[in-house]
Design a protein around this ligand. Structure first.
Ligand SMILES: [Zn+2]
Length: 185
């Protein structure tokens, strides 16, 4: 599959670029300068705003991206198991079952990330005419069999939904009247 690739240049000729323009308050500006200063030890040739932003995005995604967290877990599980079996999704957590017993509404980060990755970090709702929503905003985890009627918090009973479809599915399951009561306590 690998093909000869020309030596990488800092800016590839056809790289798509986006111009961003915005103002920030004084505190944000000072913090930006502080991050730039911290980065300067690893980028002695000078730190641009773009590099600063990249470093911040990397840090944020490293911590909050379900895909990255899940990849780390699988890699760690793979290392532990390498001498026995190749890494596979089955290595995910014996503890999960116990932690997510039907009695608990709590969804461990590991299960959350697993569902987000499985559903492509997008809303999995499919409309009656077969169109998948696919929204990537305001995602929530929806219990397919609702927790209130005994549905478990295991990955196989969870799906990624945008808040709109999460509510829509709950209304469809419980009925509008019940949801009104629920929403008003
Ligand atoms: Zn949706």
């Amino acid at each position: 599959m690998p093909v000869a690739v020309p030596a990488p240049s800092p800016v590839a000729p056809q790289e798509k670029r986006y111009a961003l323009s915005f103002s920030v308050d004084e505190k944000t500006f000072e913090e930006l300068q502080e991050v730039k200063a911290l980065l300067s030890s690893s980028l002695p040739q000078g730190v641009s705003i773009e590099e600063t932003l990249k470093a911040l995005l990397d840090q944020y995604l490293d911590r909050h991206s379900p895909a990255k967290r899940q990849a780390r877990r699988l890699a760690a599980a793979g290392k532990r198991q390498a001498s026995i079996t190749p890494p596979s999704l089955e290595l995910v957590p014996k503890k999960t079952a116990a932690k997510t017993a039907p009695a608990s509404r709590h969804i461990p980060a590991q299960v959350r990330d697993e569902v987000f990755c499985r559903d492509g970090a997008s809303c999995s709702y499919i409309s009656p005419d077969g169109v998948r929503c696919g929204s990537t905003h305001n995602l929530q985890l929806d219990h397919i069999v609702p927790f209130a009627v005994g549905g478990s918090s295991r990955a196989d009973n969870l799906r990624c939904c945008c808040s709109l479809h999460n509510r829509h599915l709950a209304k469809r399951y419980f009925g509008e009247d019940h949801m009104q009561k629920f929403m008003h306590g």
